[in-house]
Design a protein. Structure first.
Length: 214
């Protein structure tokens, strides 16, 4: 079975928890749910609509600043970016706009505007999204095409660490989380695409595409 992250063909069963089977890739160290057990789009949408992530929620804004603060330190003034997988309440885009940047929105369920995918961007944010990707290899190729030279890809996801705690991990129990990334997985992705990768704090990765802005 192919790894959905790096497309390696050598994945093996890692754990079975209840009626769910997870596999591990020996190449990029991603852990992923068996493809036959992924939720359908209706089940995904229903789960996402349960999330309470309002733009003016102070607690949620503090959470997002784990990513926005280090990203803002690296962005040139008045950069143009894309919040990919922004959800129904794009709070991160609001934080970045307040800092003087322009932000386009895309979400396959809540902001399904394909026109924004025909531009290039100085930064792309993707917070609590990549664990939902059914085909992450294709999504990361898309990110590479969307990023302008010198642009930043900012990711937030809970890094998978302790295998012995995987079965009881709260992140695993979300039925829409189908891929789990180690820090090494994100380092593999960066190297594969030729990006520079920084881990400014736990569960956040900042990747920069090579080249200079025109």
């Amino acid at each position: 079975m192919l790894c959905p992250v790096c497309e390696s063909p050598q994945c093996q069963v890692f754990q079975t928890v209840g009626d769910r089977t997870y596999l591990r890739c020996p190449t990029c160290l991603a852990t992923f749910l068996h493809p036959d057990q992924r939720p359908g789009p209706d089940a995904e949408r229903a789960e996402y609509q349960l999330h309470q992530n309002a733009q003016d929620d102070a607690h949620y804004r503090r959470f997002l600043r784990k990513l926005s603060d280090p990203l803002l330190q690296r962005l040139p003034p008045a950069s143009h970016g894309l919040d990919y997988g922004c959800g129904p309440g794009p709070a991160l885009a609001a934080l970045l706009r307040e800092a003087g940047h322009t932000v386009a929105l895309y979400d396959p369920f809540f902001q399904p505007d394909p026109s924004v995918l025909s531009s290039t961007y100085g930064f792309i944010t993707c917070t609590e999204v990549i664990e939902h990707f059914h085909q992450p290899a294709a999504e990361f190729r898309r990110f590479d095409a969307l990023l302008a030279p010198g642009g930043w890809l900012a990711l937030m996801t809970n890094f998978q660490t302790d295998d012995s705690r995987f079965a009881g991990w709260h992140y695993r129990r979300d039925p829409t989380h189908v891929v789990f990334y180690r820090e090494a997985t994100l380092q593999w992705l960066a190297k594969h695409h030729g990006w520079r990768c920084e881990i400014p704090c736990p569960n956040v990765a900042l990747m920069q595409k090579p080249g200079s802005r025109s």
